[in-house]
Design a protein around this ligand. Structure first.
Ligand code: FE
Length: 157
């Protein structure tokens, strides 16, 4: 089988049963993004690295995810023909937006000027930042939606 996908609830159930039915979870984002937070137990195999597809071993069950649906679709294409791989199409944005567990835990960031709190699961709809976006991923020119303070005036809660 190839080109198979998995949705969030199914993946959460799979992780709960991982002790009896092992599954290798693969995060394909760049290492700096993986370092912010990733799914529990996930390994980091960046999609852009040479030999990405060759790393998958026959006889191992895999779930693979990236940032979002856009990257998920690319993943599906890259992994076409690889056995025992399912793609979590919606990626970590969807996982974080639903407040599922991550390693390390996702923390909020507070504006030191006005005390507005940025929470990754909410994003910043008015600033066109989609739910599930980590504070560290916000563009440098992102500003506090309440008082306009720059990113540098925020502190991890
Ligand atoms: Fe503020």
């Amino acid at each position: 089988m190839s080109g198979e996908t998995i949705v969030r609830d199914e993946l959460a159930a799979l992780l709960e049963n991982a002790a009896t039915e092992p599954v290798e979870v693969v995060d394909v984002r760049p290492p700096w993004m993986y370092g912010i937070a990733h799914l529990p137990g996930a390994v980091n195999w960046p999609l852009e690295e040479e030999g990405f597809v060759e790393r998958f071993e026959a006889g191992t069950r895999y779930v693979v995810y990236g940032v979002n649906r856009k990257q998920g679709k690319r993943l599906l294409e890259r992994l076409a023909g690889v056995e025992n791989v399912r793609v979590y199409l919606e990626g970590i944005r969807d996982w974080v937006a639903a407040q599922q567990p991550t390693e390390p835990e996702v923390r909020g960031f507070a504006c030191l000027v006005c005390s507005f709190g940025y929470y990754a699961h909410r994003g910043d709809p008015r600033g066109h930042v989609e739910p599930g976006t980590f504070f560290e991923e916000l563009p440098d020119d992102w500003r506090c939606p309440w008082c306009g303070a720059p990113k540098s005036r925020f502190m991890r809660e």
